[in-house]
Design a protein around this ligand. Structure first.
Ligand SMILES: [Zn+2]
Length: 393
């Protein structure tokens, strides 16, 4: 048995234990978390650490498949410019893509992650995920605007989902974004979800041009899409924001994660919260800065009682795959958001959304949720600025 103590132990939700004790087995399985100093086995086994001990982090939004694009995409182009660059740069040798995915996976492990919700378009990441120490849930992404192809597109998506499942990996089909899925495809997706306890995710309101195409039928995103796919020629504005246009098409009962939300208004948040039975929101602030040089209005989500998770997005739009860096960016922008609140998003909440609370996201007896130490710049103040992370288990 090992006993760890630190200035704070954050159990995955709520308040931390100040100078608490975490008893674990030699391989990091939780025995108990307690405020009292264990006496039975003597003091020599207590490891005194400084900073915050927390469970393994949960990254709810990544694209392993884009890892080879590290450092290749220019910053602050806006989403339409970013998508153009991704299309241009995405193609690469299979071997290079695989090696980059392996590096990204190792980096995420080193950065304290225990589970990742990963968007995939192909089965290419299967060998990396099978060998990884990280638990992956793969969202097999589908998109297509033509209602006539919806059956075929969903069939292909479900086929890829099955390939992941047959490889022993958890997976579910998910729509790409508000602007890239037909009503028909959305309806079929909803039907395919019926009776299955699986999570769903979608990119939402990442750029002002996304709302513009729904509100007015104009803008740079629609321009880019029209160049890329003839189906957008007939695009009809709805007069509502992207989120409000899309929400009524959605299976309201599904456990749904809206990702980015950089331009979501208070009204958008309220509508989604009242329409969806299980709405979840994911922020990838450093990726939003990279693409749009803008952060979502996180305090507005907190005000609405939103269930929040965090993600890193991919190396196409981020300099690092580090949830600690994402957390620092949030606290730097809004110092009133406490470290405990942000850590709950990155641990307990991520586990709840991905359906992994029976194993991960908390220091509960018998589990192996991963254990991290966040070393603080000042041990008297639990602030993330200047902190670093080391993985203990
Ligand atoms: Zn993404």
């Amino acid at each position: 048995m090992i006993v760890l103590t630190a200035d704070w132990i954050f159990p995955g939700k709520g308040e931390p234990l100040k100078n608490g004790f975490l008893e674990i087995t030699d391989d990091g399985r939780i025995i108990r978390l307690t405020q009292e100093r264990p006496t039975a086995d003597g003091d020599e086994k207590v490891q005194v650490l400084h900073g915050i001990i927390c469970p393994g982090l949960i990254n709810c939004h990544c694209h392993l498949e884009l890892s080879h694009m590290k450092g290749k995409i220019p910053e602050a182009t806006g989403l339409p410019g970013f998508l153009k660059e991704v299309v241009k740069t995405r193609k690469a040798e299979e071997e290079d893509i695989l090696l980059a995915m392996e590096d990204a996976d190792r980096e995420m492990w080193k950065n304290g992650m225990i589970a990742v919700g990963d968007i995939s378009n192909t089965p290419a990441s299967i060998p990396v995920k099978q060998q990884s120490l990280i638990r992956y849930h793969t969202f097999v992404e589908v998109f297509d605007l033509s209602p006539f192809r919806a059956v075929e597109v969903l069939k292909n998506g479900l086929k890829t989902e099955r390939v992941f499942r047959e490889a022993g990996l958890s997976a579910s089909v998910s729509p790409h974004a508000t602007y890239s899925v037909s009503e028909k495809l959305m309806q079929l997706l909803g039907e395919s979800f019926s009776g299955r306890e699986i999570p769903l995710t979608i990119h939402n309101q990442e750029t002002p041009a996304e709302d513009e195409m729904f509100l007015k039928g104009t803008g740079t995103l629609l321009g880019f899409l029209r160049e890329a796919a003839p189906d957008y020629e007939d695009w009809k504005a709805t007069g509502k924001s992207a989120l409000q246009s899309w929400i009524p098409r959605f299976p309201s009962w599904a456990r749904t994660l809206l990702v980015h939300n950089t331009y979501s208004s208070q009204d958008d948040i309220r509508r989604a919260q009242s329409y969806c039975s299980h709405p979840w929101w994911c922020f990838c602030p450093n990726a939003n800065r990279f693409i749009e040089n803008k952060l979502p209005d996180i305090p507005a989500f907190i005000k609405e009682g939103a269930s929040i998770t965090l993600g890193t997005d991919s190396y196409a739009s981020n300099h690092a795959l580090s949830l600690l860096e994402e957390m620092k960016t949030i606290q730097e922008a809004w110092p009133s958001v406490s470290t405990w609140q942000i850590l709950e998003w990155a641990t307990g909440n991520g586990a709840t959304f991905l359906g992994l609370t029976h194993e991960l996201g908390s220091f509960t007896h018998g589990r192996r949720p991963g254990i991290n130490l966040i070393q603080l710049a000042d041990n008297n103040r639990p602030e993330l600025k200047g902190s670093s992370l080391s993985r203990l288990f």
